[in-house]
Write a protein that binds this ligand. Structure first.
Ligand SMILES: C[S@@+](CC[C@H](N)C(=O)[O-])C[C@H]1O[C@@H](n2cnc3c(N)ncnc32)[C@H](O)[C@@H]1O
Length: 200
């Protein structure tokens, strides 16, 4: 089964796998956001984060390779009476816009090796100068918690990996922490997390 088929299968049931509420780290960064900003939410899945950004007044493009997830994202936007643009695309081959976004949000999207290097380079290039990147991911210690996330250590992010990729940002704050999260049925319990707040 391909990675896309795996996600389509996970998203097919009508419930929201990661819930309808925004990621707690993203929500904690609300004071950095301004209505009217152009935002990209990558690998946004069923849209809980993109829809929340739209509720804060941002102009949101939500991208994911799962058509099924994005249909649910649009349904959530309708339920919350906001508008989001959605695009079905594989982020490893997407024609990424350049210097186009004030804010990019990347919550629990893990790549490894060359795909990760390209993904990080594309995130940076898609931000306007001064643009804000908000990212939350799992650290290798998550493999012991088994409360969500991919089962391969190579997919996990560390301070060194993020520092190397985003060390040239004008502002960079990387925080490693173990915290209890509750996101639908897929991310539940104590989790080894790494947050990045960066300005290009
Ligand atoms: C753990 S889920 C997180 C979803 C969402 N960010 C959230 O926090 O609710 C990972 C998401 O990445 C998407 N994804 C994985 N690989 C992708 C790729 N190559 N291109 C686009 N989306 C991808 C999946 O479809 C899934 O929605």
């Amino acid at each position: 089964m391909s990675e896309l088929e795996r996600w389509e299968t996970r998203y097919r049931p009508p419930d929201y796998l990661f819930g309808k509420e925004p990621n707690a780290f993203l929500k904690s960064q609300a004071s950095r956001l301004r209505p009217g900003q152009k935002a990209l939410s990558v690998a946004d899945g069923e849209g809980r984060n993109g829809v929340w950004l739209a509720e804060q007044g941002l102009d949101v493009l939500t991208v994911d390779f799962s058509d099924t997830a994005l249909a649910k994202a649009r349904a959530l936007a309708r339920e919350r009476r906001v508008t989001i643009a959605t695009e079905v695309a594989d982020l490893t081959s997407w024609r990424w816009p350049r210097a186009a976004f004030d804010v990019i949000v990347a919550i629990f999207i893990h790549f490894e090796g060359a795909e990760r290097d390209t993904f990080f380079a594309n995130l940076k290039a898609a931000l306007k100068p001064g643009g804000l990147l908000l990212m939350e991911s799992y650290r290798p210690a998550q493999l012991d918690y088994r409360t969500g996330g991919p089962p391969q250590v190579d997919l996990m992010y560390t301070r060194e990996i993020l520092q190397k990729a985003f060390g040239d940002f004008a502002e960079l704050d990387i925080r490693e922490h173990d915290s209890v999260i509750s996101e639908g049925t897929a991310h539940v319990g104590m989790s080894a997390l790494i947050d990045l707040i960066g300005k290009k």
